[in-house]
Design a protein around this ligand. Sequence first.
Ligand code: C2E
Ligand code: MG
Ligand code: MG
Ligand code: MG
Length: 291
Amino acid sequence: IPIYLCIIIAIIISINGYRQLKRPRSPQEELRRAVEDNEFLPYLQPIVNHQGRICGAEILMRWHHPNQGFIMPDLFIPLAEDTGLITIMTTQMLTSVKSYLLQNQHYLPDGFHLAINISPGQCNDLLFYNDCLSFMSVFPEGKVKLVAELTEREFIEDTGNAALLFEKLHNLGVQIALDDFGTGHSSLAYINQFNIDIIKIDKSFTHLIGSVDMPSHIVDNVVDLANRLNIDVVAEGVENATQEAYLKLRNIQFFQGYFYDKPIPPAVFIEKMQQQSDRQARLSADLSLNG
Ligand code: C2E
Ligand code: MG
Ligand code: MG
Ligand code: MG
C-alpha cells in the first residue's frame, strides 16, 4: 500500500475517534458512567430526640461530579428512577454507610435510627430487601433500626407487592416511614393499606409554624392521626427554636432540620457521634463521683 494512502486512512480514523470523544453522552449514559465510577456519595443528616441528642440519621445522596462539583438529588433522582439505576445506587449508599457505622458502632446509641429513601419502583422486587438483609446481618441485634422512607412522588403501582415487601422488611426489623407526608396524593390511602411505623411531617408544613397565617390544624391533625394509629412522627425541616418549641409541645418524638445540622459527610457525622458519646461518658462519670 502506498504510504500516502496509509496516512489518509490514519487521518480518517483519528478524526472519527475525535468525533466519538466529542459526542455528548446522553443523560442516561452519563448517569450510568457515574454509577460505575462510584461518584454517588451518602451524606448523613442527624435526627435528634426530645432531649436534643442525636439518635439517628437520614442518608441523603450527593453526586460528586468530576467537572460540575456536587449535584443535588432533585436533579438526578427522577432519571435514576426512570432508568432503574436507583436500585444499584441505593445498594451503594447502604454498603458505604454500613462500613462507616460498623467501624464506629461504639459511638452509636442502641437502636440508632438509620433512614434510607426508597422509590416506589423499588417495591416490586426483593433487591432492596436483600440490601437490608446484608446490612442488618453485620450489627448486633437492636444496635441499628433501619427505616425505609417511602415518597409519594410516584404512585406505587402494585400495592399487593409493596405490602408483601413491607411485611418481609418488618420481619427483618426494618421500619416503614411515609416521607413528605401530606404533600402527595395518597398519604391516607397508604396509611390504610400498609403497616406504617413512622410519618415524616413535610418541611413545607414545618415552615408554616410561626408564620402569621399558619393553618396550625394541619400539623396538629397529622400528629393526632399518628397518635391514634400508634405511629411515630418525625418533623422534617426544623429551622428555628419557634418551630421546635411548637413541635415539642405536640409530643413529637424526632426532629430533623438545619436548626440541628445539615446533611454532612459520614466522617464528620462520626466525629459528632464521638463527641456526643464522650460528653455522655463524662456526664455519667461526674454523676457517679458526686453521687
Ligand atoms: P427527603 O427525603 O424529604 O429529604 C429531606 C430533604 O430536605 C433533603 O434534601 C434535606 O437536605 C432537606 N432538608 C433537611 N433539613 C432541612 C431544613 O431545615 N430546611 C430545608 N429547606 N431543607 C432541609 P435533599 O438532600 O436535597 O434531598 C431531596 C430529596 O431527594 C429527598 O427528600 C429524597 O426524596 C430524595 N433523595 C435523596 N437521597 C435519596 C436516595 O438515596 N434515594 C432516593 N430514592 N431518594 C433520595
Ligand atoms: Mg426522606
Ligand atoms: Mg421528606
Ligand atoms: Mg422531599
